[in-house]
Design a protein around this ligand. Structure first.
Ligand code: GRF
Length: 210
């Protein structure tokens, strides 16, 4: 079982999707802690209601970005977290966390990366007239939504779409592919070579065979 920590700033629907998938036994991992930088994040309530440790670590309580991240790192380590899932975490993760969790941190983004990174991926797709958009789960690196891509799902952009309707269509796919990516990670089936993530067949683990 892989111990998983989730970092979230908002309503927490992706966290909830991971929780539901865990409860259905869809990945060999256990959500052990939810950490938020916002005291009123919906994700914190979802964790509490489901008996998962919920920790608010607020930037305003720390003298610097680094000190805040060190506190987050400490909370992850105290809970023996092996994999970190960012799920609507609205902060750039820097060296303090990345050095320790490099290759062990995933993110979900509401666009087909490398298109439309950063904030408001859905709005960017609309304003650029894209006919197709979607969701991406990727490893986190030093850049903003630039890490190696694990899984993507595409959705059509409809003629009458608003940011809300497109976001809802994409969110459905987010909830479907994030647990799939976590499963592949927990099964040791993700092999990163340069920028490409190879998905190994079931039963084969990283470092085994060819
Ligand atoms: C999602 O659209 C995710 O792709 C983005 O932030 C949003 C978080 O939503 N990174 P939720 O808090 O998981 O509902």
């Amino acid at each position: 079982m892989t111990n998983i920590g989730v970092l979230a700033s908002g309503r927490g629907s992706n966290f909830q999707a991971l929780l539901a998938a865990q409860n259905r036994g869809e990945f060999p991992g256990k959500l052990v802690v939810l950490i938020s930088d916002k005291p009123d994040a919906g994700a914190l309530s979802i964790a509490r209601e489901n008996g998962i440790k919920a920790v608010a670590i607020l930037p305003k309580d720390f003298p610097s970005r680094e000190a805040h991240e060190t506190a987050v790192l400490k909370a992850l380590e105290e809970n023996s977290v092996e994999l970190v899932c960012l799920a609507g975490y609205m902060r750039i993760v820097s060296g303090t966390l990345l050095n320790i969790f490099h290759g062990r941190m995933l993110n979900i983004h509401p666009a087909l990366l490398p298109a439309y990174p950063g904030l408001h991926g859905q709005k960017q797709a609309l304003t650029n007239g894209a006919k197709v958009s979607g969701a991406t789960v990727h490893f986190v690196d030093e850049g903003c939504d630039t890490g190696p891509i694990i899984i993507q799902a595409a959705v059509p952009v409809e003629e009458n779409d608003t940011e809300e309707t497109l976001s809802a269509r994409i969110l459905k796919e987010e909830h479907r592919i994030y647990p799939m990516a976590v499963r592949l990670y927990c099964e040791g089936r993700l092999k990163v070579e340069n920028r490409r993530v190879h998905i190994l067949p079931p039963g084969q683990k990283k470092g085994e065979g060819k």
